[in-house]
Design a protein around this ligand. Structure first.
Ligand code: COA
Ligand code: AMP
Length: 631
C-alpha cells in the first residue's frame, strides 16, 4: 500500500484519530471534549468543547516561538508602485492595535463586521483583528456592486463596515466610500460605524454619521489580547453564489478550519514554515481567505499580497517578476490568469528575463483546467502543474495531487485523487453509486472533514436543502464528473445554475432576477457559454412583453448596465438576444441546460418532457445567427 492510500484510508476509517493527530499542530487554550460530534447529522461539529484563537495561531505564536523577524506579508503593488515587507512582529503590533481600536469602538465577540477592501495588507490586518476578538468577519469582493453589498449587509447585519477609501483596478481608480454609502442606503440594516482606511491616492470624505478614519482610531488604541473562542464558534461568513439572487453565507468555524488548513500546507502544497507562498487571488474569494491569509500564516510561511493583474500591470511578465523577486516557492492561481498570459506572450519571451530557480510548483484551481493551458504552463515553467478542485463551501481542496504525501503522475483534465478526509463518490440521479468512467453527480460521503462549512449563516434549512437532501448521507457538490479506473477524479462542471467566469463564481439565476425587472421583459433565461479566455461567459435570452416595440440595441445596453450596477462588472454580462419564446418542459421549466448544450456545441438528447420541439429549433436558429456554437 502506498503512503497516499494508507493516509487516505486512515482518514476515512478513523477520522477522529486522524484529525486529533493533525490538531496537535494548533495551540489550544483548552482541548476538545470530542473530536467529532456526530450527534445531530448532517450538522457535524469538529473539536466540540475545544477553545483556541485563530489569530493567536496565525500571528502571536510565531513571534513567541522565534519567528518574529521573519517576513509575514510581502505587499507587492505594481499599481501603486509599492513593495512593503511586514514581519510577524510588526503584524502582531498592527493586528493587536487595530483590534484594540475595534474594541474601543464597541466590537465584541459574536458581533459581525463586513470588510470591503482591495488587496492591501490592511485587509489581512482587519480580518485577523476580527479573529483576535472573536468578531465574525464577512469579506465582500470589491467587484460586487452596491446592491450586492446591501444584500450582504441585510443578511450579515454587521455592527461595522471596514473599508478602504478606494482601489486601483488595472488602470482605473475606484472610490469605495460612495459605493458603501449607496449600499447602506439600500439596506434595511444600518451598521453603526464605517471605518475607512484612507489611501494616499484617494481620500474619502468622512461626513456620514458613524464614519471613522482607520488612521485616526489606531492613534491612541490600546493593543488588544486574543479572546479565547470555542472551536465551533464562527470565524467568518463568506457569501457565495447559489442558484438565486440570494447568495449563500458559508459559515466557517475556528478550530476545524485552523487544523485542516495547517495540515494542507505540507500535505497538499509541500511547503515548509518560512517558505514564500503566493496565492494570486483576492481576499474576497475563498482562495484568498484560505491561502492568502489563514493557511500560510497558520503555518508560518511568508504570504504575498499582490495588488495587480497577470497582464497589464505592466505586462504579461508580472507573475514571473513577483516569483523571482520574492523567491516564491509555490504559486497558486486560476487557469484564466495563465490563459491571459498565454494570449499576450505565447512564447514566454518575458519569462526569460527572470530567475525562477526557487520556484517549485504551480497550483491551479477555481475552474476547470483545460489540457491546452496545462500543457502550455508545464512546458513554459518546467515545474509540476497541479490542478486541484474545491469550493467556497469546503475552504480547501477536495481532490488534488497531494504533493507532500505522494506525487501521482498527472492526467491532464483531472485534479487527481480525493484528498484524505473526503470520501468522494459518483452517484446517478437516483443515488446509486456508479462505476469507473461513468459520469454522474460528484458527492462526498458524510462526515465532511474539518474546515468545511458548518452551516449556512442563519439558514440551517437552506444548508440541508442545498447540500444534504438530494442524496441523504452525502454532501452534494453540484459538480458533475467521473472517477476513472485508476481512481483519478474528473470534474466536468456545475450541474446547477452557477457559472464560472475567470475563476469567479456567479449565479445565472441572480442575473435573470435582475433582467426580469426590466419593464419590457416578459421572461428570460441566462446560461453560460464558452469563452476562450475566461472559461465561461453569460448569455441572456429575453422574451418581450406582448405589444412592446422597442429599440433592441438600446434594450441590450440597458440590460448590460443593470447587471453592472446591480451585480457588478465581474459578471461580465455583455450579450443578449431577443427571442420570440423560450423552450420549456410541459410543466413550464425553461430548458436552460439544453440551450447551453446547443450554444457550446455539445451533443444533447431531446428532453422527453419538452412542450414544443419547434421552439427549440427556433432557438437553435437564433443561436446560430449569433455565431453559436463558436468555432
Ligand atoms: N473591483 C472592482 N472591479 C473589478 C474588480 C475589483 N476587485 N475585479 C474585476 N473588476 C472589474 C474589471 O475592472 C472589469 O470591469 P470592466 O468590465 O469595466 O472592464 C470586470 O470587473 C471584469 O473583470 P475581470 O474578469 O477580472 O476581467 P479583465 O478583463 O479586467 O481581466 C483577467 C482579465 C484574465 C486579467 C482577469 O480576469 C484575471 O486576472 N483573472 C484571474 C482571476 C483570478 O485570479 N481568480 C482567482 C479566483 S481563484
Ligand atoms: P468557488 O466556490 O468560487 O471556489 O467555485 C467552486 C466551483 O468552481 C466548483 O464547484 C467547480 O465548478 C469550479 N472549480 C473549482 N476548481 C476547479 C477545478 N480544479 N476543476 C474544475 N472545476 C473547478
Amino acid at each position: 500500500m502506498g503512503v497516499y492510500e494508507e493516509t487516505f484510508n486512515k482518514s476515512i476509517d478513523n477520522p477522529e484519530e486522524f484529525w486529533a493527530e493533525a490538531a496537535e499542530s494548533i495551540d489550544w487554550y483548552k482541548k476538545w471534549d470530542s473530536v467529532l460530534d456526530r450527534s445531530n447529522p448532517p450538522f457535524y461539529r469538529w473539536f466540540r468543547g475545544g477553545e483556541m484563537n485563530t489569530c493567536y495561531n496565525a500571528v502571536d505564536r510565531h513571534v513567541e516561538k522565534g519567528r518574529g523577524d521573519q517576513t509575514a506579508i510581502i505587499y507587492d503593488s505594481p499599481v501603486t508602485d509599492t513593495i512593503r515587507k511586514i514581519s510577524y512582529r510588526e503584524l502582531l503590533d498592527q493586528v493587536s492595535t487595530f483590534a484594540g481600536a475595534l474594541q474601543a469602538q464597541g466590537a465584541v465577540k459574536g458581533d459581525t463586521v463586513i470588510i470591503y477592501m482591495p488587496m492591501i495588507p490592511e485587509a489581512l490586518v482587519a480580518m485577523l483583528a476580527c479573529a483576535r476578538l472573536g468578531v465574525i468577519h464577512s469579506v465582500v469582493f470589491g467587484g460586487f456592486a452596491a446592491n450586492e453589498l446591501a444584500i450582504r449587509i441585510d443578511h450579515a447585519r454587521p455592527k461595522m463596515i471596514i473599508c478602504a477609501s478606494g482601489a486601483i483596478e488595472g488602470k482605473k481608480q475606484l472610490a469605495y466610500k460612495p459605493l458603501i454609502e449607496s449600499a447602506i442606503e439600500q439596506s434595511d440594516h444600518k451598521p453603526e460605524k464605517t471605518i475607512v482606511f484612507q489611501r494616499e491616492f484617494i481620500q474619502s470624505e468622512l461626513t456620514q454619521e458613524g464614519d471613522l478614519s482607520w488612521q485616526e482610531i489606531i492613534k491612541d488604541a490600546e493593543p488588544a489580547d486574543c479572546v479565547p473562542v470555542a472551536a465551533t464558534d464562527p470565524l467568518y461568513i463568506l457569501y457565495t453564489s447559489g442558484t438565486t439572487g440570494m447568495p449563500k453565507g458559508v459559515m466557517r468555524d475556528n478550530g476545524g478550519h485552523a487544523v485542516a488548513l495547517h495540515w494542507s500546507m505540507k500535505n497538499i502544497y509541500n511547503v515548509e514554515p518560512g517558505d514564500v507562498y503566493w496565492a494570486a487571488s483576492d481576499v474576497g474569494w475563498v482562495v484568498g481567505h484560505s491561502y492568502i491569509v489563514y493557511a500560510p500564516l497558520l503555518y508560518g510561511c511568508t504570504t504575498i499580497v499582490y495588488e495587480g493583474k497577470p497582464i497589464g500591470t505592466p505586462d504579461a511578465g508580472a507573475f514571473w517578476r513577483v516569483i523571482s523577486e520574492h523567491k516564491v516557492k509555490v504559486m497558486f492561481t486560476a487557469p484564466t490568469a495563465f490563459r491571459a498570459i498565454k494570449k499576450e506572450d505565447p512564447d514566454g519571451v518575458l519569462l526569460k528575463k527572470y530567475d525562477l530557480s526557487n520556484y517549485k510548483t504551480l497550483f491551479l484551481a477555481g475552474e476547470r483546467l483545460d489540457p491546452d493551458t496545462y500543457h502550455w504552463a508545464r512546458k513554459l515553467l518546467n515545474v509540476p502543474v497541479i490542478d486541484h478542485w474545491w469550493q467556497t463551501e469546503t475552504a480547501w481542496s477536495i481532490v488534488a495531487n497531494p504533493m507532500g504525501i505522494e506525487q501521482f503522475p498527472v492526467k491532464p483534465g483531472s485534479p487527481t485523487m480525493p484528498v484524505p478526509g473526503y470520501d468522494v463518490k459518483i452517484l446517478d440521479d437516483e443515488g446509486n453509486e456508479l462505476g469507473p468512467n461513468q459520469e454522474g453527480n460528484i458527492v462526498v460521503k458524510l462526515p465532511l472533514p474539518p474546515g468545511t462549512l458548518a452551516t449556512l449563516w442563519r439558514n440551517d434549512e437552506r444548508f440541508v436543502s442545498s447540500y444534504m437532501s438530494a442524496f441523504p448521507g452525502y454532501y452534494e457538490t453540484s459538480d458533475g464528473g467521473y472517477i476513472d479506473e485508476d481512481g483519478y477524479v474528473f470534474v466536468m462542471g456545475r450541474i446547477d445554475d452557477v457559472i464560472n467566469i475567470a475563476g469567479h463564481r456567479l449565479s445565472t439565476g441572480a442575473m435573470e432576477e435582475v433582467i426580469a425587472t426590466h419593464q419590457h421583459v416578459a421572461e428570460c433565461a441566462v446560461f453560460g457559454t464558452s469563452d476562450s479566455l475566461k472559461g465561461q461567459k453569460p448569455l441572456g435570452l429575453v422574451v418581450l412583453k406582448a405589444g412592446v416595440e422597442c429599440d433592441e440595441e438600446e434594450l441590450k445596453t440597458e440590460l448590460v448596465q443593470m447587471i453592472r450596477s446591480q451585480i457588478g462588472p465581474i459578471a461580465c454580462y455583455r450579450e443578449t438576444a431577443v427571442v420570440s419564446r423560450l423552450p420549456k418542459t410541459r410543466s413550464g421549466k425553461i430548458l436552460r441546460g439544453t440551450m447551453r448544450s446547443i450554444a457550446v456545441g455539445q451533443e444533447y438528447r431531446m428532453p422527453s418532457t419538452i412542450d414544443d420541439p419547434v421552439c427549440l429549433e427556433e432557438i437553435t436558429d437564433d443561436l446560430k445567427k449569433m455565431g453559436y456554437p463558436e468555432k
